[in-house]
Design a protein around this ligand. Structure first.
Ligand SMILES: Cc1cc2nc3c(=O)[nH]c(=O)nc-3n(C[C@H](O)[C@H](O)[C@H](O)COP(=O)(O)O)c2cc1C
Length: 174
């Protein structure tokens, strides 16, 4: 499969089988993350691999909506960064998250992004603070997102040409 087909096939997966993700595949996902480009090559990110069922369940409660399905995932990679190491840590973590998702698709896994930054926990506090406490993150760290990963319980249709919004593309001037 070429790169464009991989991009076309990747769809968010929120229902996973119970199959554990092999260590070799976890290592592949982490290589993609650790090779991702960062501004000034600062690498402000850190990646917390979570495969403990109880912790995954807790993470699924990190915000009131949009993270519930994580409870059924065998694996989560939490993307965190130290904002003091880079003023564009948000972009850097987003690129790493994207490359993790594309690599997951490439090696037969499903994934879905869960937004943590700027989201609130049900108790009104920041979702990021809840995750920080749960995973013993250092005080300086911010949580960007959580990528839920596992074997797909259901295949979703790849994107097709008819959903390409060509009207969003402008040439020379808007
Ligand atoms: C920045 C970002 C934040 C997202 N946050 C969530 C989330 O919190 N929960 C969720 O279920 N999906 C989340 N998603 C997945 C989107 O809903 C999904 O990518 C979008 O609906 C398009 O579907 P597709 O991934 O199948 O192409 C997020 C995606 C992005 C890029």
């Amino acid at each position: 499969m070429n790169q464009l087909q991989l991009i076309q096939n990747r769809r968010s997966c929120r229902i996973f089988t119970e199959q554990t993700v092999e260590e070799t595949k976890i290592e592949t996902l982490l290589k993609a993350a650790l090779w991702s480009p960062t501004s000034k090559n600062n690498r402000p990110w850190e990646f917390v691999v979570v495969d403990d069922k109880n912790l995954i369940s807790q993470l699924s409660l990190s915000k009131p909506h949009g993270a519930e399905f994580l409870k059924g995932a065998p694996l989560a990679i939490v993307l965190v960064a130290d904002p003091q190491k880079s003023d564009v840590w948000v972009e850097d973590t987003a690129i790493a998250a994207t490359l993790i998702q594309l690599t997951a698709e490439d090696i037969g896994l499903g994934s879905c992004w869960i937004q943590t930054r700027l989201r609130d926990h049900a108790d009104g506090g920041a979702s990021s603070d809840f995750v920080k406490k749960l995973l013993n993150l250092p005080a300086d760290m911010q949580v960007a997102s959580i990528i839920a990963i596992g074997y797909k319980a259901k295949e979703r249709k790849p994107y097709t040409d008819d959903v390409l919004n060509w009207d969003k593309v402008h040439r020379n001037k808007f």
